[in-house]
Design a protein around this ligand. Structure first.
Ligand code: GLY
Length: 316
């Protein structure tokens, strides 16, 4: 099996001035994840690495760059899942850590539980020796500005939600194991303690070697109502290709609950898809020594992997 990785940097609206940063961010994440796969690493390691790369990148709504809750604080959700044995770990409403995806993986590997939230997740992070970072280090000028604008009496928070994202990755490794990882700061000006789709197994992500893996992005409450990631896998189990399954699931979410979003998918044969019902979604994939990436509907750039490694990602 030739390994494949697909990543997304969030569905929504990407303003022109941010397109370059989002494009190089998803490309860098895909290349980093693929490097692990090429060295014989597991799908699980690859999706964690790719998501960490985007959590560290202030262009995305995850880790550093997360949007703020109603009190102006960062509260983050993340999930990781191993398709080999359906093991999964998630955290929700965590504060002051740089990489929630790492904490989610520790929940999976070091506890008997699937999801830790808020104060409990914080205590667990401390027990695991994860360093706390000052909240200010996770907050960008852009997040703070958006939060302030949303507080203005005539603001329309739903308008601002359109340009928000989440980050995620799915992969299949040389042994045929699949995995997914998803991480987010959630919705801008959300209520304190709001838990979104990202932390919920089957909604923010799902992985099963019998079928494939999916990671989702978009309006969390809508995604949870239709359990979007598991719905994509269900459609593949019924015989659909990743692209058809993603479109069918997104279409169901829009017609049934009026929500929009995006999904990335890989199936057990290594076929992949990056589909969205929003205006844009930054995505990238590496398969068969080719890098592909895009943001707008129908946009698909291709580069040989060697050229991409040499030129696309300075500082990679
Ligand atoms: N999909 C991210 C969120 O709504 O929290």
């Amino acid at each position: 099996m030739r390994p494949v990785i697909v990543v997304h940097g969030g569905a929504g609206r990407v303003f022109a001035e941010r397109e370059g940063g989002c494009r190089s961010g998803v490309v860098r994440a895909a290349l980093r994840g693929h490097r692990l796969l090429a060295e014989g690493g597991t799908a699980l390691d690859a999706v964690e690495e790719a998501v960490r790369s985007m959590e560290d990148d202030p262009h995305f709504n995850a880790g550093c760059g997360s949007v703020l809750n109603e009190k102006g604080e960062v509260e983050m959700d993340a999930i990781i899942m191993d398709g080999k044995n359906l093991a999964s770990g998630a955290v929700s409403a965590v504060k002051c850590i740089a990489n929630p995806i790492k904490l989610a993986r520790l929940v999976m590997e070091k506890t008997k539980h699937l999801l830790l939230t808020g104060h409990g997740a914080q205590l667990f992070a401390r027990a695991m020796g994860i360093p706390e970072v000052p909240e200010e280090k996770l907050i960008t000028e852009r997040s703070r500005e958006r939060w302030k604008k949303n507080l203005e009496p005539d603001s329309n928070p739903e308008e601002f939600q359109k340009d928000l994202g989440t980050v995620g990755a799915v992969a299949i490794d040389s042994e045929g194991n699949v995995a997914c990882a998803t991480s987010t700061g959630g919705l801008s000006n959300k209520l304190i303690g709001r838990v979104g789709d990202t932390a919920c197994i089957g909604s923010g992500g799902y992985a099963d070697n019998c079928c494939g893996a999916a990671s989702t992005t978009g309006h969390g409450e809508s995604i949870m109502k239709v359990v979007l990631a598991r719905l994509v896998l269900y459609h593949m189990e019924q015989g659909m290709s990743p692209e058809m399954a993603a479109d069918a699931a997104l279409n169901h979410m829009e017609t049934r609950v009026g929500g929009r979003g995006g999904v990335i998918v890989v199936n057990r044969a290594g076929e992949w898809a990056a589909r969205f019902s929003t205006k844009q979604m930054s995505w990238a994939t590496v398969k068969d020594d080719q890098l592909l990436y895009g943001i707008h509907a129908g946009e698909r750039h291709t580069k040989p992997l060697g050229e991409a490694l040499a030129s696309v990602c300075e500082g990679f």
